[in-house]
Design a protein around this ligand. Structure first.
Ligand code: PLP
Length: 413
């Protein structure tokens, strides 16, 4: 109201203009949403079992926590530190790269980020101009297309289903290549499918990228979580000539049960790392020093604790895949890495389930949550409908109970 009582025209932007188009177009993280919904239902007292979380259920190993406690008491760590990361951590990452994959990088080729997620975002922001296309094998981790679009890029999905173990071929990538193709993303072991590319498959993709001058973004955050004797190779160890056009994305979250510490990194050519560091210097500055020292302890501390966690994941993986494949209409390839099973549930869609007839995996996931009190992430979060993602990073008893509930529900009709 103005002084004379008349209603003033509100000049504040209309609802459609309050949020920028760029940010307004971002979809919320579907995986975090499922996890939040499961936690909310649990808080209401409902016995929900959650297969949504993308994090190990183990505590961070003691020696890593002890290193952080020590670091917290050290005044130098109470101050800003270099935006690119503590020299000790960049050195530890260079050493670890050589230890795990047999190729050398200098610590200057490493940028330490607030989790692998920030590494993904900054890598795309650093490489892409508006309209640049990124070939994105689907099913994909839900953050990639959003990070590509935020950077002005265009995700170009290339789908590989259960019939090809969720792995794209170099021929498929070639069919998707255009003059605007700037990069390809490889995530092996994969979130959401658990697929691990073999050396031959990776080398074929590497040579294709080399031939056509395409950047390779390789997300190796699940590299140590593999099973059945399978090894996750780095594309750079197989095609070293790619060094000048490859960005490695990685972090301590999954391997060392450190999701809450927020330490990841990217490594790559010096000019890219320098540019990405400039970006980070205005965005977040250095990662929390205490977390960085914890990451140093993780990377230098050997892999015994990881081996124990892997043994538990492996046992749960086999139980889950067996039980899912017992359900009529469900087909679950055996994942060789990460901690996710990715069943094809298209055989269940269109059938009555508890009086409803889900026709998409999103509808099926909703029925499973409502009727069986089990949270799973629908395939729509990662690409086409027709799939569910179930994390097996939860206790054995809950896992068996949760899949048993799904079995019962889907066999009811
Ligand atoms: C494939 C992949 N890359 C990167 C990340 C990022 O992990 P963080 O930001 O916790 O280090 C995740 C986490 O879910 C992931 O699944």
């Amino acid at each position: 109201m103005s002084n004379n009582g008349s209603v003033q025209q509100n000049s504040f932007p209309s609802p459609s203009r309050r949020i920028s188009k760029r940010i307004g177009a971002i979809a919320p993280s579907a995986t975090l949403a499922v996890d939040a919904r499961a936690k909310a239902l649990r808080a209401e007292g409902r016995p929900v079992i959650g297969f949504g979380a993308g994090e190990p259920d183990f505590p961070t190993p003691d020696y890593i926590v002890a290193a952080a406690v020590k670091a917290a008491a050290e005044p130098a760590n109470h101050r800003y530190s270099p935006a690119a990361g503590l020299p000790a951590l960049r050195e530890a990452i260079a050493q670890k790269t050589y230890r795990d994959h047999g190729y050398e990088i200098s610590p200057h080729q490493v940028l330490v980020t607030n989790g692998g997620k920030q590494a993904v975002y900054q890598a795309f922001a650093t490489l892409l101009d508006p309209g640049d296309e990124v070939i994105l094998p689907a099913p994909y981790w839900t953050t990639y297309p959003e990070a590509i679009r935020l950077a002005g890029g265009v995700p170009v999905e290339v789908f590989a289903g259960a019939d090809q173990d969720y792995k794209v071929t170099a021929d498929q990538l070639e069919a998707a290549r255009t003059d605007a193709t700037k990069a390809v993303l490889i995530c092996s072991p994969s979130n959401p499918t658990g697929a691990v590319y073999s050396s031959d498959e990776l080398a074929a993709i590497g040579h294709w990228a080399l031939e056509h001058g395409i950047w390779v973004m390789t997300d190796e955050i699940y590299e140590h979580l593999t099973y059945d004797g399978v090894e996750a190779r780095s594309i750079l160890s197989l095609v070293p000539e790619l060094a000048d056009q490859t960005i490695v994305l990685n972090g301590v979250a999954k391997t060392f049960a450190m999701t809450g510490w927020r330490v990841g990194w990217l490594s790559g050519p010096l000019d890219v790392i320098k540019a990405a560091t400039n970006l980070q210097s205005h965005l977040t500055s250095n990662v929390a020093n205490v977390s960085q020292w914890a990451a140093v302890a993780a990377l230098e501390g050997g892999m015994d604790a990881v081996a124990k966690m892997r043994t538990a994941f492996d046992r749960r993986r086999r139980t889950m895949v067996r039980m899912l494949n017992e359900i009529d209409g469900v087909r679950c390839p055996t994942p060789q890495g990460a901690f996710y099973a990715y069943p094809d549930v298209s055989g269940v869609l269109g059938r009555p389930v508890a009086g409803r007839t889900p026709t998409t995996s999103a509808e099926l996931a909703a029925v499973i949550l409502d009727e069986a009190e089990v949270a799973v992430v629908p395939g729509e979060a990662f690409g086409p409908s027709g799939y569910l993602r179930l994390s097996y990073a939860l206790g054995d008893d809950d896992l068996i109970e949760g899949v048993t509930r799904i079995q019962r529900l889907l066999s009811q009709g």
